[in-house]
Design a binder for this molecule. Structure first.
Ligand code: 5CU
Length: 362
């Protein structure tokens, strides 16, 4: 990062690959979609991603979407501006969730090949988390097999919380978990739908993103723990977005409530915190030192990896200005506030290098 010898490795950074942008441009009026700005087609296109973003008559529809969302050159420029040496890019939400099964399967292979090619051409600066068509878990298994054997720049997969439509604890996903564990492919778990959304009226996206997103991650991964998935797939690894949602804070409560429920307790070989330490990694996108410290205290400093959430949360001056991104700066500040230098280095680049097998740049 700005003060780190090797620069940082960003494991939470998104790109809507050009091929995916074309899908978004052909969906109006079905959310998510991209349209030319209705007021002036020379301005950035507009992106409608979240429910309700297209029904506010007082503002322009959606949000501007420009090269920062889909152009590798912009990603590299942002990285250079913020001391990021290496990015492990993933498609952003909502991935292929909205596509019919066969279309999703075909698109997943094309997008993953695009990601591999972009990464191969990047001189060690870019890697990828692949996208899977979880609507079809068996096809998703085949794609993981293909990627693990032929696409070396792919370091894992990004998954949302919907799975094949019934959540991550759906037995239909068991073969996928087995395949991912076999190939040592971590799952980067990322929210999209929010949880508790009925409570967030008149707050823009603030509470949806600040609360709904982490609550969704917390719920999805807690269900998966309680399904016994990590007893069946002991080597399955998850990287949890936004430092695990609220899971680290609620860990003790989860343990206590499970142990107090004797039927549930007997179904698991260990208390939930056991899996939180053994099977999970956590990104650093949580913005305060005390929050990072609490994750470290719970699971150890070797489990956290630096992330930015780029290109979301751009500066007021615009994503393509030369301004520093306050969201990125705040994230670095949170890490800088940790006392131990070796811990800071581990979070900023060391852990990602070790865990994902990424060569540091000179
Ligand atoms: O601002 C947003 O809508 C988002 C989003 O959709 N996904 C994400 O990762 N961060 C922010």
């Amino acid at each position: 990062g700005r003060n780190y010898d090797h620069g940082s490795i960003d494991v939470h950074t998104h790109c809507y690959l050009p091929r995916y942008m074309e899908v978004l441009r052909n969906r109006h009026p079905n959310v998510p979609y991209v349209i030319p700005d209705p007021r002036d087609s020379t301005l950035d296109e507009r992106y409608v991603i979240l429910p309700g973003e297209d029904n506010d008559p007082t503002s322009a529809i959606g949000r501007p979407i420009g090269e920062e969302y889909f152009c590798v050159k912009e990603k590299l420029r942002y990285m250079d501006r913020h001391g990021i040496a290496i990015s492990v890019m993933s498609l952003a939400n909502p991935w292929l969730d909205f596509l019919p099964k066969d279309d999703a399967v075909a698109m997943s292979t094309l997008l993953n090949d695009d990601l591999q090619e972009i990464s191969e051409d990047s001189k060690g600066r870019l890697y990828g988390f692949a996208t899977l068509a979880t609507q079809d878990p068996i096809a998703a298994c085949k794609e993981v097999e293909r990627l693990a054997t032929s696409q070396r720049m792919i370091k894992g997969v990004i998954l949302g919380t919907s799975g094949a439509g019934k959540g991550l604890d759906d037995p239909a996903l068991e073969p996928l978990y087995e395949t991912l564990a076999k190939h040592n492919f971590p799952v980067f778990l990322h929210p999209h739908y929010g949880l508790g959304n009925e409570h967030y009226n008149n707050t823009g996206h603030s509470l949806f993103l600040a609360l709904g997103f982490p609550f969704e991650t917390t719920m999805a991964i807690s269900r998966l723990i309680l399904s016994g998935a990590f007893d069946r797939h002991t080597n399955l690894k998850f990287l949890l977005a936004h430092a695990g949602g609220t899971l680290p804070f609620l860990a003790g409560r989860l343990d206590s409530c499970v142990s107090g429920d004797h039927e549930m307790c007997d179904k698991l070989m260990h208390p939930p915190t056991y899996y939180m330490k053994k099977n999970f990694y956590y990104d650093s996108v949580i913005y305060t030192t005390p929050a990072l410290q609490s994750v470290i205290d719970l699971v150890g400093s070797d489990k956290l990896m630096y992330g930015t959430d780029n290109p979301f949360f751009p500066p007021k001056e615009g994503a393509r200005s030369d301004a520093e991104w306050p969201s990125t700066a705040k994230n670095y500040d949170a890490i800088d506030g940790l006392e131990d230098e070796s811990v800071r280095n581990a979070i900023v680049y060391g852990n990602a290098s070790n865990i994902l097998g990424i060569d540091l740049l000179e």
